[in-house]
Every structure is written in C-alpha cells, then in structure tokens.
Write a protein that binds this ligand. Sequence first.
Ligand code: PTJ
Length: 250
Amino acid sequence: MDTPEDHPRYKSLLLRHRLEEGLRSGMTTPTGLVAHGRGEAFDYLLGEVTIPSALAATQVAAALLLLAERPVLSVNGNAAALVRDEMVELAKELACPIEINIFHESPERRRLIAAHFAAAGCAVFGEVPDAMLEGLSSARARVDSRGMFRADVVVVSLEDGDRTEALVRGGKRVIAIDLNPLSRTPQTADIAIVDNVDRAYPGLTRAVRELRTHSPSALQAMVDSYNKSATLAAAVAVIRAGVPAGGARE
Ligand code: PTJ
C-alpha cells in the first residue's frame, strides 16, 4: 500500500488493503468486505480507540485464558487477512492452537487460510475438520477434534451468533471480539471485547503478559466479578454520546 503513514486514515486504509489482498488470494469472501464495513462504522462511532470498558474486558479475558486448560483461537477469512501475525503472537504466548472456523464453508478457503498461517511459521487446526459441534445443523458445525471440539475456552472474532450460541451450549467459555455491541455474538458470549480486532489481539497479548504472574485465585476473582451487561452498556453509551473526544474526524 503506498499511502503515507502520516495519512489521517492510514490505519483504516491499511486494514481495507489487507482485506482486499485477502479477497484477491481467495481467503476472504466478498461478504467479508461488507461485514468489515459494518465494523468500521461502529469503530468510527467508538472513536477508533480501545474504550475503557473494552480494556477492562480484555483484562478479564486474559485472566480467563490464563486459567484455561485447552484454549483455542478461532480464525475466519477476515481475521486471517487482518490480524494473522497478532493472532500468532497471542497463540505463542498462550501455547495454544489456532483453528480455522469459517461461516461460508469452502475446503479451498480452509486450505488457503492454513497456507497463510504456515507462511508465518504457524500450523493451524481445522484445514480438514473431523468432528461436529452439537446443536448446529449446517457445515458450520464442523470443528477439529484436537482443537475446538475439546476446548474449554474459545476466542472468536467477527463470529456469527448461531455458532457462538452452539459453542456456549457445548459448555465452552466464549470470548468474543466484536465492534457491534448489539450483535448476537457479544450478547451470547461470556466475555465481550467491543474493539477492533487489530487492537484487541495485541491488547490481549499484553494483558496475558501482565497477568501471567498473578495467582489462579486472583485471576478467578477477576473472572467472577466480570459483568458483561456493563461492558455492552458502556459501549452503547459511548456510541450514543455522539462525536468522540477530539471532535470531527476525517
Ligand atoms: O470467512 P467467513 O466465511 O467465516 O466469513 C466471515 C464473515 C465476517 C463474513 C462472517 O462471519 C459474517 O458474516 O459475519 P457477520 O455476521 O457480518 O458479523 C461480523 C461482526 O463483526 C459484525 O458485528 C461487525 O460489526 C463485526 N466486525 C466487523 N469488522 C470488525 C468487527 N469486529 C471487530 N473488528 C473488526 N475489524
């Protein structure tokens, strides 16, 4: 991308460029661009920053991930294009797998996403799923028996509501990264991080590093005192308040 880094919308243009590349390579679907546009609109209204309630939820999510026995990071066509390296860094920090989980089923897209991660030195699960999540009728129920099938905590981003519900019903604790606080995914998940994936994953990695030395009981206390409704209400309040700090933007 040849946009200068001091362009006021550099970050946003960079993400669009990554998705465009994802679409060109075949990893990302055309629908993924539309979904990103919705996310951008919410991000704009949130001031394109990690709001305090998202930061607090990120800390709780990191605590839950540190307590987890078999955490898994779920990746789809958008997340693969936008935040591959950031996801790999978090997975390394947690020594946990990343698993492909796509809404628009396609063996070819699974292969391309796996190759994209392999190019970054990271093997992922889910290229050829061999197990099914209960309570979901479509191909979206397909998971990897080594990963999501046996996971106790799953991080999802840009996820669809049905699948989030199926994961929760399957007894998993779900951490959802989603810019839309009104969406069914953050409404259904155990922990909701209302933030852009490109800020949320690095934020989670930082929080895991910070909290690593905390005792299990201190981490558990953080998880127990978490209030998701407050997280979502705080995000809606920021959106409703109107023009973010700093006034009108580009
Ligand atoms: O690769 P596939 O086949 O799994 O398809 C991926 C998409 C994203 C197309 C699919 O999961 C989908 O249609 O998602 P939805 O139902 O549109 O939900 C996407 C949610 O993510 C919406 O609530 C958006 O506001 C939100 N979102 C979009 N971009 C971002 C985001 N959240 C965080 N960071 C973003 N960059």
